[in-house]
Design a protein around this ligand. Structure first.
Ligand SMILES: *Cc1c(COP(=O)(O)O)cnc(C)c1O
Length: 388
């Protein structure tokens, strides 16, 4: 699997669309990342923390009952829900915190919508003794009170952003502004495979552990590779993480599942690849949901983690090259999968992951006996109790 070109492009997508003041900071980050990724000691510490603190490797688990009535094809979950803090996001924040420490940065800066990335950043801040400032829309602070409380318990400062719609995109603008003002001591922790180069590549490499483990585990357990690998796509980090293990296995089909919300024919969804167009958002060129005038559109998904108007540039590249295919699942289908999966398997999936599970059931019904479907169960659903 290859990286972006020297300017940070995957095909036509990616790059660096940021104010001049941030170029030097991104260059400094790229140099430090390149040195760290070439240093076995960096990876040794990263994997030791993932083992002892996060609880890796996460298991794979074959569903015994869910979808059994539609198909005999093995349906196998990669259990990222078993990680400390309950989702894949911690793999990334562990890596970025280690990098921040190597760079001598004492302060982590993050923006968060649903609060999941804020919690993952606050967690590693506490563990590594780094100061954490989280920017969050004032409306999101109200809606996500539990996550805000967890961040505060871990010692993070949560700053309310009161401009615009008081949600994620305003928090992102504010975090960018704050970073530009104090790049000397501050490391900006991005939560998905989005943003200016080198973030999409860096986050992919830090989530790749999911796919590398899953490939080895599937071969050990079943003696073959999966026919299909499925993951939900918000910004695209859990999907890119599991895809990375299989990209070079051309026979393995890769599927990204976007949030279809109330249907991609209307306006209330978050399916950037299915229903968006090419533009620039948060520092890179990719697909996004925008008006004909180029204004970023309001999005909707029942799952907060998928409710984002853009998508990582490498996914845009995979879509154009055909290496991965992208589909959508509506709110109603995801909710049905959430309940059905809980009842049949004794596992509460995150609503985000429930999108991937719903599509897996559809695909299983079409696969012959030699199929083997691997789904990334990106997180646990405790946070969604009472929401659906
Ligand atoms: C944040 C989140 C997602 C979406 O983010 P990606 O970068 O697309 O992976 C998916 N699932 C869970 C459980 C999340 O917390």
């Amino acid at each position: 699997m290859s990286g972006p070109d020297s300017r940070g492009y995957f095909g036509d997508f990616g790059g660096r669309f940021v104010p001049e003041v941030l170029i030097a900071a991104l260059d400094e980050l790229e140099q430090a990342m390149t040195a760290a990724f070439a240093d076995p000691a960096f990876w040794a510490e990263y994997h030791a923390v993932l083992r002892d603190f996060v609880g890796r490797p996460s298991p794979i688990y074959r569903c015994e009952r869910y979808a059994a009535e539609v198909s005999p094809v093995p349906l196998v979950m990669k259990r990222e829900d078993t990680n400390h803090t309950g989702a894949h996001k911690i793999n990334n924040t562990v890596g970025q915190a280690l990098l921040a420490r190597r760079m001598g940065k004492r302060r982590l800066l993050a923006e968060t919508g649903a609060g999941q990335h804020g919690v993952a950043t606050a967690t590693v801040g506490a563990k590594f003794g780094l100061t954490v400032d989280v920017y969050m829309g004032a409306r999101d602070i109200e809606r996500q009170a539990l996550n805000v409380e967890v961040m505060r318990l871990f010692g993070a400062q949560v700053h309310a952003v009161t401009s615009g719609t008081q949600t994620l995109k305003d928090a992102t603008n504010e975090a960018f502004r704050v970073w530009a003002g104090r790049v000397e001591d501050t490391f900006y922790v991005i939560g998905s495979v989005v943003g200016a180069h080198p973030y999409p590549f860096m986050v992919r490499e830090l989530q790749k552990v999911i796919g590398v483990e899953a490939r080895r585990q599937t071969l050990e357990r079943y003696g073959r590779l999966p026919s299909d690998v499925i993951a939900c796509v918000g910004g695209g980090s859990n999907a890119m993480g599991i895809f990375s293990g299989f990209v070079d296995d051309r026979e393995v089909k890769l599927w990204g599942v976007e949030a279809g919300g109330k249907g991609v024919d209307g306006d209330e969804h978050a399916a950037s690849l299915r229903a968006g167009s090419i533009g620039v958002l948060h520092g890179s060129r990719s697909y996004l949901l925008q008006s004909p005038e180029g204004q970023v559109r309001e999005t909707h998904s029942i799952s907060a983690g998928l409710d984002y108007p853009g998508v990582g540039p490498e996914h845009a590249f995979f879509r154009e090259s055909g290496r991965a295919r992208y589909v959508d699942i509506t709110d109603a289908q995801a909710v049905e999968a959430f309940h059905g999966f809980a009842r049949c398997e004794g596992i509460l999936p995150a609503l985000e992951s429930a999108h991937a599970i719903a599509f897996a059931r559809e695909l299983a019904a079409q696969r012959g006996a030699d199929g083997l479907i691997l789904v990334n169960l990106s997180g646990r659903g405790d946070k969604d109790i009472g929401r659906c």
